[in-house]
Design a protein around this ligand. Structure first.
Ligand SMILES: [Zn+2]
Length: 138
């Protein structure tokens, strides 16, 4: 079970909190038993700070939270990915490839993307990462 603990209600913090929620949905899709809490607090000019609390430890990152919600989500996914890889090496795995999917902004919004073959191979919205027991190949 995961949750987002919002400590600030500025528009930037709310946008980051929603992005963190989508990120945690994806963590749960692949690591359902891993409890994670994301603590979101606005720090003014220095950006929005996100602390991720795992069972055993805590990692922290901050984001500028510029642009629209999907830009913010792309930034949050990238930032949080860079801090969780110490706990979840290679996360998230590009299905069928074994390498790490990357977070990027496509026309439709923030996505996880196959870094070598792009959207023709694998692209899903952040917050819709496929569970391992779902076959995503068509
Ligand atoms: Zn791939």
């Amino acid at each position: 079970m995961s949750l987002v603990d919002v400590r600030s209600w500025t528009p930037a913090a709310r946008s980051v909190a929603e992005a963190a929620r989508r990120f945690l949905i994806d963590v749960c899709a692949t690591h359902g038993s891993l409890p994670v809490t994301a603590i979101v607090a606005d720090h003014g000019d220095s950006g929005v700070r996100i602390r991720l609390r795992f069972g055993g430890g805590e990692v922290e990152g901050s984001v500028s939270a510029r642009g629209d919600d999907e830009d913010v989500c792309t930034e949050v996914a990238e930032r949080l990915q860079s801090v969780v890889v110490d706990h979840l090496p290679g996360w998230p795995e590009c299905p069928g490839h074994g390498h790490q999917a990357v977070s990027t902004r496509l026309d439709g919004g923030a996505v996880w993307l196959c870094p070598t073959e792009g959207a023709t191979r694998f692209a899903v919205s952040v917050g819709h990462y496929p569970r391992p027991d779902v076959n995503v190949a068509s």
